[in-house]
Design a protein around this ligand. Structure first.
Ligand code: MG
Length: 247
C-alpha cells in the first residue's frame, strides 16, 4: 500500500528536506583531495545531530555508518572508511534523515578537485535524468512514466541505468512502497495521486549497467570498473505537480 501524506505532513517533510539539503551542502564543501570518506561521515553525524535529526541509514538493516559515500566505480552504499579522496575522483553523498518522524532522502555526486570532462558529463546526464523523472511525478500519470523518462534520457545519451537498485516511497519511514525503477515502458503501474511522496534516484553508469558487490556485502560497484553517478531527491506529488522537498 502506498501511504498518502497530508498537506501538514508535506509541510513537515519540507522542513526535513531543507535540513537535509543544508547538511549535504556542508558535506560538499568538505569534499577535496586528501580527505577520507570517514571524515565526511563523522561531519555528517555531527551535523545531523545539531539539527535534532537522526540518520535514517545508521542501523537500517545493520548499515554501519551515517551516510553512504560512493567513489568512482562504486554505485551505491559505499561505506565510509579509510579511502582517501584524490584529485579527479567523483563521490556520491547519499544522506537520509528522520526529523521528528519525517524521513527524507537525497543524494548528489560531486567532483573532487578537477575531474575529466567525461565524468562531468556523466554527472550532468544523471542530474538531468533526475529532473526528467521528477517532471513526470504528477497526478494521473502512471508510476512508470517516471521510470521511462529517466531511462530514455540516459540511454539516448549513450549511458546505462542501473537496474538492480530503485527509487522508493518515503516519508513516514525510509523505504516505503512503491519501488520506482529507473527503467520501464511508459503508462504502466500505479496511477499517481496527490499526497504520494517518492525518493527518485537514478544511478547511471558510463559503461554497462551491471553491478557486483564488494565483500562487505553492501557496496555495489560497476562490473566493468567504469564510473557511476547517483542523484536523488524526495518529491511530493501535489495537485499542482511535483514539489521537490530536498532542494
Ligand atoms: Mg533512496
Amino acid at each position: 500500500m502506498i501511504t498518502l501524506k497530508s498537506k501538514e505532513d508535506i509541510r513537515m517533510l519540507k522542513k526535513s528536506g531543507q535540513i537535509l539539503r543544508s547538511i549535504i551542502q556542508k558535506l560538499q564543501r568538505q569534499v577535496r583531495p586528501g580527505v577520507s570518506t570517514m571524515e565526511i561521515d563523522i561531519l555528517a553525524g555531527k551535523l545531523i545531530k545539531e539539527k535534532r535529526s537522526v540518520s535514517a541509514f545508521l542501523g537500517f538493516n545493520g548499515y554501519p555508518a551515517n551516510i553512504c559515500t560512493s567513489v568512482n566505480e562504486e554505485i551505491v552504499h559505499g561505506i565510509p572508511g579509510g579511502r582517501i579522496l584524490k584529485e579527479g575522483d567523483i563521490i556520491s553523498l547519499d544522506v537520509g534523515i528522520n526529523y521528528k518522524g519525517y524521513f527524507t532522502d537525497a543524494a548528489v555526486t560531486v567532483p573532487v578537485g578537477r575531474v575529466h570532462p567525461k565524468l562531468k558529463e556523466l554527472m550532468k546526464v544523471t542530474e538531468n535524468s533526475l529532473s526528467e523523472g521528477i517532471k513526470q511525478a504528477r497526478p494521473n500519470n502512471h508510476l512508470s512514466d517516471i521510470s521511462y523518462a529517466i531511462q530514455s534520457y540516459v540511454e539516448d545519451r549513450g549511458y546505462s541505468v542501473v537496474r538492480q537498485f530503485v527509487g522508493h516511497g518515503v516519508g513516514f519511514s525510509l523505504h516505503e512502497e512503491p519501488q520506482i525503477p529507473n527503467f520501464g515502458a511508459p503508462h504502466e503501474g500505479e496511477l499517481l495521486k496527490e499526497g504520494m511522496v517518492f525518493a527518485i534516484e537514478p544511478m547511471v553508469n558510463i559503461g554497462t549497467g551491471d553491478c557486483k558487490f564488494l565483500d562487505n556485502g553492501w557496496t555495489a560497484v560497476t562490473k566493468d570498473g567504469f564510473a557511476s553517478a547517483h542523484f536523488e531527491h524526495t518529491v511530493a506529488i501535489t495537485e499542482k505537480g511535483p514539489r521537490v522537498l530536498t532542494n
